[in-house]
Design a protein around this ligand. Sequence first.
Ligand code: CRA
Length: 809
Amino acid sequence: MKTWQDKEEFKKIFTEKAHVLWEKDLQDMTLNEVYQTVAYMVRDLVSQEWIRTNKVYAEKKVKQVYYFSIEFLLGRLLESNLIGIGMEKVCRDGLQDLGWDLEDIIPQERDPGLGNGGLGRLAACFIDSLAALHLPGHGCSIRYQYGLFNQRIVDDQQVELPDNWLVNGYPWEVKKVDKAVNVHFGGNAYMRPTEDGDLECVYEKYSSVRAVPYDVPVIGYHNNTVNTLRLWRAEYSREDMYRELTLGDRHRAFLYKENVQLISRFLYPEDSREDGRRLRLMQEYFMVSAGLQSIVRHYKKKYRKSMYRFDQYINIHINDTHPALVVPELMRILMDEEGISWEAAWNVTVRTVGYTNHTILPEAMERWSIPMFQSLLPRIYLIVEEINNRWLQEVRALYPEDEARARDVAVLWDGQVHMAHLAVLGSHSINGVAEIHSQILRDSTLHQFYTCFPDRFSNKTNGISHRRWLIQSNPQLASLIDDTIGDAWRLDAAKLVDLEPFTGDAAFLQQLGEVKRARKDIMATYIKQKYNVTVPADSIFDIQIKRIHLYKRQLLNILHILHLYYLLKTNPKMRITPRTFLFGGKAAAGYGEAKQTIKLINVVAGMVNRDRRVSRQMHVLFLENYNVSLGQILFPAADVSEQISTAGKEASGTGNMKFMMNGAVTMGTMDGANVEIHREVGDDNCVIFGLRADEVMDYYVNGGYSSWNMYSSDSHIRHLMNSLVDGSIGGESFGMLYESLLDRNDEYFVLKDFAAYCDAQKEISERYNERKKWLHSSAVNIAHSGYFSSDRTIQQYASDIWHIKPVKI
Ligand code: CRA
């Protein structure tokens, strides 16, 4: 790859580039212009490799995977790309000479808010790993004009501001006008007999949307691979507009134009919650159809192979059910455009598609009303109907007179299209994202499918990119690791286990303590600057950062804090290990309980921090607008990682892995990947508490839990619950939370797990006071975090599901 020889060359190229781009003297440039200049320079460096990567894949006709995801939560790219091409130092030094600090330039890049949380961030880690492992794999998604809202806290409450992330342009994208395709919506579809006695589909009177791709390079790590993330934008074309005008009136044409542009305007702000709105279905089909059309076109043009062999060269992976329309859309292309029979098309489709499930929360399972689906996608509906009919025929033949079974596995039932069932039926591979989650899929959520296709099910425990979450975000720890075991772990995260012999080494632990302290100081400085709050860096940094959701139980955390506060108020002589409790996360705008939780945290924080006697021992803070960039400051600074979801609810979690890799000790339930973290580090190096998933399930099925009984029998709980509604917390009332905990019988077992959580927190404090033991635990966590690298996850997908091989560029 072309690189900058040294900082002198960097400065020369920078100066030329800046002049061309901005027509300004260097001293007049804004920081943002400096950022953009460097970003374009990085793109110049990789452009040859980007072209070559695609050429090599096509020339060698290698099998490629396309990862379809409605979200890609990339985070900033300048620093990660500089690290990827090994040019960070040259750039830093060059900028320094020119009078800029790279640290001031990096934050000029806006976080592309193209995702909500775990699912979108996972997709970003996956394409990062694909490129790092020189695997031929690309992303496909939507180029939302507005990302997830920016969160402001005003009067203790969340306010949502639009995230217009593209205002200054996005230097990483390349618009490919010549690669645009048309996607059809609405109209009529019906079958009619052909002359040779067959049936063919007529699809007419639809309206068209122009899908224009914007490609973002996905740069490997110290290799020459540059894969592609293709983001589709919806546009109207003059032709289509003209046709609308001739078909209808001007009003109709206007509506057409407005509707079309809406498709790629907003990211839906729901995380683990179904929304069911028409526009979302349009987004899903838009992404799927545009993505598939371009893949098929490329395959035919460059691979020149028969469509019957499509699955030998192409794999399509669907990240949850949002892209599940890949199944009927590929069927449509194979049958209507390529003239292939149903049976052959179905074989190709199933062999091409793989599906990952990310949630078992019933409220998050996508379902669409049939009338809406049918009117929006009439041709696709006919195909889904046929898939359903053929499938139910099989099921009824196998299990006659078992309508309950048919209902459990139907794609169309009760007036709805069940997307998870469509995804399962149309895939050769179905996987969950942590062992316990995959187990629950097999045992209950998808049990009937599992009995039909046991071989198609597997587990692929999630992972995170150790490049972003260790090398990039915690350079202090990364260089300590280099000094201790060498730097081979940078290419192979499994080698982090070489740290194991040092987890008892006093000198190493001492240095580890210093690194953690340095990272806590950075965090404390951020807090001081942004909130004018001083948090003591020698207190325990106890952090819960993730979407706000009842099942994730931020409530359990804040109720424990409130409990501690009351104890300290009533016993002025009481001493606890000083703690700083930090929270961050967005609540979906329409999710009342989640928003009230944010308010409760903020009101309690104000009360605690203002109380001089208490605030010597504890601080509480809600950090505004948690996103990838803020995460890069928070994970390295944590002592304690709060992973306290109700057991059985969190499919995997990935924040838990980021904390672990940065040496935090997990305080967690036996849920998601916590189970595997616990297995890796053992009881001594994490703190597990609370109900197990089977116990939770047992309460749901057989009853036997009453939160009112807890209220009556436990005076602490009674006090806490009363305080939610009697005005004693900052004169505010938190009725929704009170109702959910008591009147709605505490669906997530917050009160049930409360005592166990308090004990676990005491345990944490005691362990923290034994400094050497604590640092040992921290080191054990880092040493065993290699398993949670997304490189391991992607290698498993590549060999077990996609059957793709590395290609050296
Ligand atoms: N909300 C799960 O809840 C999981 C991620 C990525 C989630 C997390 O536990 O780590 O996916 N599920 O696998 C989801 O988005 C639609 O379902 C998530 O991010």
